[in-house]
Design a protein around this ligand. Sequence first.
Ligand SMILES: Cc1cc2nc3c(=O)[nH]c(=O)nc-3n(C[C@H](O)[C@H](O)[C@H](O)COP(=O)(O)OP(=O)(O)OC[C@H]3O[C@@H](n4cnc5c(N)ncnc54)[C@H](O)[C@@H]3O)c2cc1C
Length: 382
Amino acid sequence: MPDVEITIIGAGVVGLAIARELSAYGDVLVIEQDISPGRGVSSRSSEVIHAGIYFPSHFLKTRLCVQGNPLLYEFCRRWQVPHRRIGKVIVAATSEEAASLEKLDALARDNGVTGLRLIDRFELKTLEPHVNGICALASPDTGIIDSHQLVKRLEALAIDNGARILCRTALVGLDQIRQGVACHVRQQGSSYRFTSRIVINAAGLSSDAVAAMAGIDIDAAGYRVHRVKGEYFRVGSRSASRINGLVYPSPEKDLTGLGIHVTKDLAGGMKLGPNAFYVDHLDYSVDPDHRHAFFENIRELLPFLTPDDLEPDMAGIRPKTQAKGAPAKDFIIAHEFGRGMPGLVNLIGIESPGLTACLSIGKLVAGMLIGADMIKGRRGTG
Ligand SMILES: Cc1cc2nc3c(=O)[nH]c(=O)nc-3n(C[C@H](O)[C@H](O)[C@H](O)COP(=O)(O)OP(=O)(O)OC[C@H]3O[C@@H](n4cnc5c(N)ncnc54)[C@H](O)[C@@H]3O)c2cc1C
């Protein structure tokens, strides 16, 4: 018998949502290399509950976002996670961008996004009196969430269901064995090995390294993770009070990012960002010299801003499987049955909208394991 039934590598919002879901079916152990959960990619996002507008309809990330949006609102209501459905406008500044918004509207409807409306400049002025544009696509179901409280709540619910979460514990090796997977871990200077029937790799920026530990050729499999940094600049409260909801420009063509946009937080604060550029190292500093580029990017949309309104704030790093210059890539969520590794599930490239989709990802992973006859029978859950 393996020592553990289900092991999850990584206590970010995705690993914890899976832990919460799977702990209704069996005994779950989460191992996290950091000092506490939710300090990776999940701690450095825009905290937006997306509607599922941008990506092709056949992408898994689109389906998971569209399903995850109402699940997350319902979860927040039920478990008192601070959030607000403040809505978003995607604004066209030129007639060319207006035409691209019509295409985006059609795509989003195909994706199953509801409530969208193309609005003219007058209606845009009533929603956002200080935003400049000739028309916009309004998305009432886009909102904001306190992602740190979400992490705390998912952790508490998983623990209530019996899951154990071991922090300061890093996975350093994986071997396939007859009854499952052998996990080699390092914990505060000591190393040991345990066996697990099922292993879920939800290691965010290191998910490709974890897949490589299992002997997968990450380049051949398309699993290599590229790090794409996104910086934010904060805007003072005088300017922040002029904006009501989330304000986005028409999206970038390759969807590396969604274009520098306005994000509001639950306290009414306002940030601009994130930009998007490929990096080699995990460095979360914000380059103050990027202030000018941010200002130039957003000045047409927000004509009341001056460069002095912008202060360096925070940065996050996206785990993308999309190489520089390549087209947008989908989430990879794969049960590695076909590679002769039953019980190993890899989640790779879980960038935005991974926060929005965390609950639907949890359900998808549970469904995969039920379908493969590896877990059965819920035993009740919070
Ligand atoms: C700039 C930016 C903005 C974003 N904005 C949004 C947004 O507005 N809306 C949205 O829906 N999504 C957004 N996202 C995406 C979202 O934040 C991520 O999809 C989500 O947080 C990913 O969660 P995760 O659990 O997969 O990764 P993480 O939170 O990184 O969790 C992985 C965990 O695994 C641990 N780990 C790694 N290797 C090991 C190991 N060997 N052993 C043990 N533990 C290990 C790490 O320490 C980490 O805690 C944004 C992302 C970025 C970077």
